[in-house]
Design a protein around this ligand. Structure first.
Ligand code: OSB
Ligand code: MG
Length: 368
């Protein structure tokens, strides 16, 4: 396969409802769409950055720079036999995993099309449907939050994740549990706490949570191991797992019992699969995380989540939960039973709406 042309689109998609985490409140999502032209096939990927360096150090600007100056020159006008070969060529670039992953997704899409198989098969996925949950941000009041939980449960989502931060934690969870006694419930702190908050974690331990996601600093595996020894609730790592090596460290140290896998965070689908396989060997269940992706990124997430060790519901919701209009057709739909069908169509499995990409586009560049 030869890469003849690469196009980058910085797009900004307005969210249907603002999304607030312990680190920021957003009304729109910025990301980069990568479109790659092979000889006959076209592939799409999503660089899951945002405009701020709060979830990760990568932003639209850092990714654009690394793509333009380093990643695109490595692939443009070059022949690629396999996705593994791409990984080798990108290896000298340290970090910038989201930038790498967006390009890898687009090439994966092309390779799947060349083999005439769906993305899920190209990755090695086995599921026909995937189970999904929903991630609900911090709201203006607990009453609003309860209302939103009700709304999403009615749509069939198989588990509810709520964002927490100091001051929006124990009491909120207590009130949720009062209303919904036995729903599958979990919390995500996005690194907002330290071991000094042990009392808070001990209190949260009483609410039968499926897990507590990324409670402590993104770069502190030792403190997470310390915390996991002290509480029954499984710790799930998100931000901390930015490579295969990080996953190995976390497992060796006992820093978590569950891992959230995001292709963008670990540098692509191939690395995501490696982390998946490692977790499987070590009896660590995994689930597919989300970055409020557009339909393109979510279609790749669905393919990834069709791997066998994705045994917990992922953060992959219905298109309408994020955006009024998605950039793929048909939009992604969650069935009443809280599952999404894995597309059997070749490649990404959805039609990409170039006119919608253009509608939300703030900046475009073509190489050459
Ligand atoms: O921590 O999982 C997270 C969104 C943006 C950045 C980080 C996270 C999230 C989510 C949303 O929780 C998951 C989704 O895409 O629905
Ligand atoms: Mg998270």
């Amino acid at each position: 396969m030869k890469v003849n042309r690469v196009e980058l689109f910085h797009i900004r998609m307005p969210l249907v409802h603002y999304f607030e985490t312990s680190f920021e409140k957003t009304n729109a999502r910025d990301c980069i769409i990568v479109k790659i032209f092979g000889t006959n096939e076209v592939g799409y990927g999503e660089v899951v950055v945002s405009s701020t360096p709060f979830y990760s150090y990568e932003t639209v600007e850092t990714a654009w720079h690394v793509l333009k100056e380093f990643i695109i020159p490595i692939i443009l006008n070059h022949k690629l036999k396999t996705i593994e070969e791409l990984a080798e060529r990108l290896a000298p670039i340290r970090g910038h995993n989201m930038a790498k992953a967006g390009v890898e997704e687009a090439l994966f899409d092309i390779f799947a099309k060349l083999q005439d198989i769906p993305m899920s098969k190209a990755i090695g996925g086995t599921r026909e449907r995937i189970e999904v949950g929903v991630s609900i941000g911090i709201q203006d009041s607990v009453k609003h939050l309860i209302g939103r939980i009700e709304h999403f449960l009615a749509q069939g989502y198989r588990r509810i994740k709520v964002k927490i931060k100091p001051g929006w934690d124990i009491d909120v969870v207590k009130q949720i549990r009062k209303t919904f006694r036995s729903i599958p419930l979990m919390v995500d702190a996005n690194c907002a706490y330290t071991l000094e908050d042990m009392d808070i974690f001990k209190s949260l331990d009483d609410f039968d949570l499926m897990m507590i996601e990324q409670p402590l600093a993104y770069d502190d595996m030792v403190d997470h191991a310390e915390l996991q020894k002290e509480i029954r609730t499984p710790v799930c790592l998100d931000e901390s797992i930015n490579s295969f090596a990080a996953a190995r460290t976390a497992i060796e140290l006992g820093s978590c019992k569950i891992i959230n896998i995001k292709a963008g965070r670990v540098g692509g689908l191939l690395n995501a699969k490696k982390v998946h396989d490692l977790c499987r060997e070590n009896d660590i269940p995994v689930w597919c995380g989300g970055m409020l992706e557009t339909g393109i990124g979510r279609a790749h997430n669905i393919a990834l989540a069709s791997l066998p060790n994705f045994v917990l519901p992922g953060d992959i919701s219905d298109s309408r939960r994020y955006y009024e209009e998605d950039i793929i057709k048909p939009p992604i739909e969650v069935q009443k039973d809280g599952t999404i069908e894995v597309s059997k169509e070749v490649g990404l499995g959805f039609s990409v709406l170039d006119e919608m990409i253009n509608k939300f586009c703030l900046r475009k560049e073509s190489f050459p």
